[in-house]
Write a protein that binds this ligand. Structure first.
Ligand SMILES: Cc1ncc(C[n+]2csc(CCOP(=O)(O)OP(=O)(O)O)c2C)c(N)n1
Ligand code: SF4
Length: 286
């Protein structure tokens, strides 16, 4: 059985020393091992951004896609071979900005995909512009006088879009994040793991120290029922002296794959192709 080190590659991450992406990478490798998966059973799809390089650092199948299109690519892969464990990775710009339409539709479809969003509240790869989750009033390279809009709240959006597993982790607590990712993988249906990720270079507001002081785990201050949607909304809007992490909401609903007739008996990729010669097309992919 694979352990976390089996999901390592020989490539050294190029992220800034101290970047929250390291904690996410550690948690992901551990969660894949905890889930009893082998590298060949896993497909990691990333978008464009600092986070996007993650496909090079996890020993598994990988597809470094384009900005904002992580979920369409992940959806195509899942429908072509639903036996693969598909993990989609996105930045907050990628997932909650340009890709926000895909985010909503993937959740209402309830595909069995786990989405990890490296939410550092900045467009970091492009050197620190405002992203959809940047807090109102924050001064960034693109908004030197402060952001005017209120930020997107991915948790309330996920609740209202039909996500069946919604959690929030913190890159500064890899063991807790590892558990959330493994639970998201075990969940049958769309699982969102929004990760509070300090970007030490371009976000001097939401730092590691900022989060360390404020984050708490749901359930540690008394009973919390993750099947109670009203309670989940109340916690999803909590952002101030206290910031909740952990499993926010969970429900059970048939997946999209369960209801697609053509893949019910076998993955599409295994279905014989009859009446069309696709050998020339396949040759191009060798
Ligand atoms: C269609 C398209 N629009 C814009 C860009 C430029 N671009 C590259 S990365 C990026 C933002 C990255 O921010 P985020 O998704 O939050 O990821 P991070 O770098 O913070 O991990 C942008 C706007 C692009 N590559 N493609
Ligand atoms: S710019 Fe920010 S998100 Fe990108 S590698 Fe550096 S610390 Fe990480």
């Amino acid at each position: 059985m694979a352990d976390a080190s089996d999901f390592r590659t020989a490539i050294k991450p190029v992220w800034c020393p101290g970047c929250g992406n390291f904690g996410i990478l550690t948690a992901l490798r551990g969660a894949l091992a905890d889930s009893g998966l082998e590298p060949n059973q896993v497909m990691i799809v990333s978008g464009i951004g600092c986070h996007g390089a993650v496909t090079q650092y996890v020993h598994a199948n990988g597809f470094h896609s384009i900005h904002g299109r992580t979920l369409p690519v992940a959806t195509g892969i899942k429908l072509a071979n639903h036996e693969l464990q598909v993990i989609a990775m996105a930045g907050d710009g990628d997932g909650y900005g340009i890709g926000i339409g895909h985010f909503i539709h993937a959740m209402r479809r309830n595909l069995d995909i786990t989405l990890l969003v490296h939410n550092n509240k900045r467009y970091s790869l492009t050197t620190g512009q405002t992203s959809p989750t940047t807090e109102k009033g924050s001064s960034t390279k693109s908004t030197p006088f402060g952001v005017i809009e209120v930020p997107v709240n991915p948790l309330t959006l996920a609740l209202s879009s039909g996500a069946t597993y919604i959690s929030r982790g913190f890159a500064g607590d890899p063991p807790h994040l590892r558990k959330l990712i493994a639970d998201g993988i075990a969940h049958k249906g769309f699982a969102l793991v929004d990760v509070l990720q300090p970007c030490i270079t371009f976000n001097h507001v939401n730092t590691n120290a900022f989060y360390k002081e404020k984050v708490y785990k749901l359930g540690e201050d008394g009973d919390y029922d993750p099947t109670d949607m009203v309670a989940a909304y109340e916690r999803a809007v909590e952002w101030g002296d206290r910031i909740p992490t952990g499993l926010l909401y969970k429900e059970s609903r048939p997946t999209y794959e369960d209801e697609v007739m053509t893949i019910k008996d076998m993955p599409l990729v295994e279905r014989p192709v009859v009446g069309v010669d696709i050998s020339k097309t396949m040759e191009q992919f060798r």
